[in-house]
Design a binder for this molecule. Structure first.
Ligand code: GLV
Ligand code: MN
Ligand code: MN
Length: 418
């Protein structure tokens, strides 16, 4: 599928924007980007994107949760179309997760403006705040807020590793956490949401398909486990008298893996991504360990089984070892189906343009999950090399991004001129 001569500028600009944003929070070679939510690199990336929005004639504003909106004024009335994703990254992440979707949205705006007539309905590009849970242990912060799922109390409850609450960080960034819950995406204003994202898994790269049309997004259930044993001298405390929090945690970590393996046939996965051991000295029996657990699947009952299995094992392991275990829930989201009409639209466009595509689930979480609670939403995947993501090794082939970009553009166009 080729790009027509008058519509090539958007895709070229998308590449330039991705490269420019990748310089914000760039680490030393081999260590990717660390553009954690609501930090200075995040601000720099948003400035690039806001500049592009203004250059395209969009009206730029940030909402109470600091999500950045560019809206192209329309000549007519009727609910419009939103294209969105995020700019924040995990620590030592890659260049494309989220950024590609934001830049693709702006590429689409550029292409649509290059060929009259101007869209008769509003078209918005949104950068949602803190899609990654890395800084505040809460994912999809901006899109949750836009769906009315985040209250001022919620953002006071979550904090980063330095003890800065999400509420404080939002405020320092120019947001209004006390006003959360007042700006909710309304179907009266918006008819559809589209998000383009790298797959972050190996399916498309293996099958050679250029586009994944996502049917459902797996939802994470996340919680913290704090194991408290007895801190002791590693030389003087005999083995029989120990209450080692780290060895207990080791068994719990293996139980999380076993729960994921038991439910793998349903496509579920289970991960301990954080293990902090205190006091963390070679000559001290660990007294306290914090684990952060992430369980995901597209079947709620499978995720619930993993959670029960992990908790039953944690209770028995800790009981046997004389270690206490306390659970703090972070989130328990439900798997979300994408809108059937929009997925059918994407499928038709792929067929008409001979794009190799497949319908598939998403293992990773996306802002589309929460926007879908408000308006019809669709998620388009493009391949990433070897399926690697959340890693400095995240890589794409631009030639394999182009078909997905064009499918996005055509779908947006159809919805705007309906
Ligand atoms: C977002 O990247 C996630 O953790 O799924
Ligand atoms: Mn991510
Ligand atoms: Mn992402």
């Amino acid at each position: 599928m080729g790009i027509s001569a008058d519509m090539g500028a958007g895709f070229q600009r998308l590449r330039e924007l991705v490269e420019a944003v990748a310089r914000c929070g760039r680490n030393t070679p081999g260590h990717g980007v660390s553009r954690l939510a609501l930090t200075e690199p995040d601000r720099q990336a948003r400035e690039i994107i806001a500049g592009e929005m203004r250059e395209l004639g969009m009206t730029v504003h940030t909402d109470a949760c600091c999500s950045l909106w560019g809206v192209l004024p329309s000549s007519g009335k009727g609910p419009g179309v939103i294209i969105g994703s995020h700019l924040d990254s995990v620590p030592e992440g890659g260049d494309y997760d989220g950024v590609l979707g934001v830049a693709a949205g702006l590429g689409v705006v550029r292409d649509l403006l290059s060929v009259p007539p101007r869209p008769g309905r509003p078209l918005a590009v949104v950068v949602f705040t803190a899609e990654e849970s890395s800084r505040f242990s809460l994912a999809c912060v901006g899109s949750k807020a836009a769906a009315g799922r985040l209250s001022p109390e919620d953002v006071r409850r979550f904090c980063d590793g330095q003890g800065v609450t999400l509420a404080e960080a939002l405020k320092n960034f120019g947001g209004h956490p006390e006003a959360l819950g007042q700006e909710i995406i309304s179907p009266a204003d918006w008819a559809a949401y589209f998000e383009l994202h790298i797959e972050q898994g190996p399916v498309l790269d293996k099958t050679g398909d250029d586009v994944g049309i996502v049917e459902a997004i797996a939802a994470p259930t996340r919680f913290m486990l704090e194991l408290e044993g007895v801190q002791a001298h590693s030389g003087a405390c005999p083995m029989a008298l120990r209450h080692d929090a780290l060895t207990a945690a080791a068994e719990v970590i293996l139980a999380v893996e076993a729960a994921g393996q038991a439910e793998a046939k349903f496509g579920s996965v289970a991960t301990v991504g954080v293990c902090e051991c205190r006091p963390g000295a070679m000559n001290v029996v660990p007294g306290r360990v914090t684990l952060k657990v992430d369980l995901r699947g597209i079947r709620s009952e499978s995720v619930a089984r993993m959670r029960s299995q992990v908790m039953a094992k944690a209770v028995s392991v800790c009981g046997a070892r004389g270690v206490t275990c306390q659970l703090t829930p972070y989130s328990s989201d439900v798997p979300v189906a994408m809108n059937a009409e929009l997925t059918a639209l994407l499928e038709r466009i792929c067929r008409e343009r001979d794009v190799k595509y497949r319908r598939m689930p998403s293992g990773a979480g996306h802002d589309a999950m929460f926007v879908a609670e408000c308006i019809p939403s669709a998620l388009i995947f493009v391949p990433c090399r070897d399926g690697v993501s959340h890693s400095p090794k995240e890589q794409i082939e631009w030639a394999h991004v182009q078909p997905g970009y064009e499918v996005l553009r055509e779908a947006v166009k159809e919805r705007l001129f309906l």
